[in-house]
Design a protein around this ligand. Sequence first.
Ligand SMILES: CC(C)(COP(=O)(O)OP(=O)(O)OC[C@H]1O[C@@H](n2cnc3c(N)ncnc32)[C@H](O)[C@@H]1OP(=O)(O)O)[C@@H](O)C(=O)NCCC(=O)NCCS
Length: 180
Amino acid sequence: MTDGTEIRTRHIASDEGPLLRRLRLAALTDAPAAFWQTRDIVGREPASTWSRLAREGAASTRNVVVIAERTGEAIGMVQGLTPSRRAWLRELAAMWVAPEARGGAAADALVLAAVDWACRAGAEAVKLWVAPRNEPARRLYARHGFVALGGPQPVTDDPTVKTFIPMLRPLYPARPPSRR
Ligand SMILES: CC(C)(COP(=O)(O)OP(=O)(O)OC[C@H]1O[C@@H](n2cnc3c(N)ncnc32)[C@H](O)[C@@H]1OP(=O)(O)O)[C@@H](O)C(=O)NCCC(=O)NCCS
């Protein structure tokens, strides 16, 4: 539950690989069905992987990691990525709010920060994947203008991986269309 304390969001700092690891493993432990990656595999990633992800997520138009904090303590995260060969698109991933902070402002703040980042990066749309039975996440994303693109599909080429529903939110063009 939330106690009304203010939630702040910020981009991760380039030296915060250990924080990113802690949050991501907490998410995969708390809600394994919500993500296609598994805690076992992600938990084996070396420190260098987390350092790289934090560096890339700190100050880039291609990648971002947004942290939500309450009274200085990290209580959630979301990752923004640019899929290869789709410079116009950003993907929102690894969204998580700690159970004790749910039902408050954190989830909205994280989605808004990720969408704001995508707009500033010049993207035309934001895409994400959500588990079919993940009602809280589906409702959250729908509230923010994401629309399901169809039924459950594999996220990767691996047929053994769980299926997820793709959702898309178009972003308004930064410039009005030019006259012909
Ligand atoms: C998804 C998540 C970030 C949402 O955070 P939150 O703080 O619960 O978000 P909100 O309080 O805004 O709730 C979102 C919606 O779910 C609803 N909801 C909350 N708990 C619910 C439940 N148990 N069953 C169904 N709906 C529920 C809320 O009423 C709200 O819907 P509304 O906008 O129609 O009122 C959080 O639940 C979470 O981290 N879950 C585990 C990880 C995860 O699923 N990540 C998403 C991966 S795509």
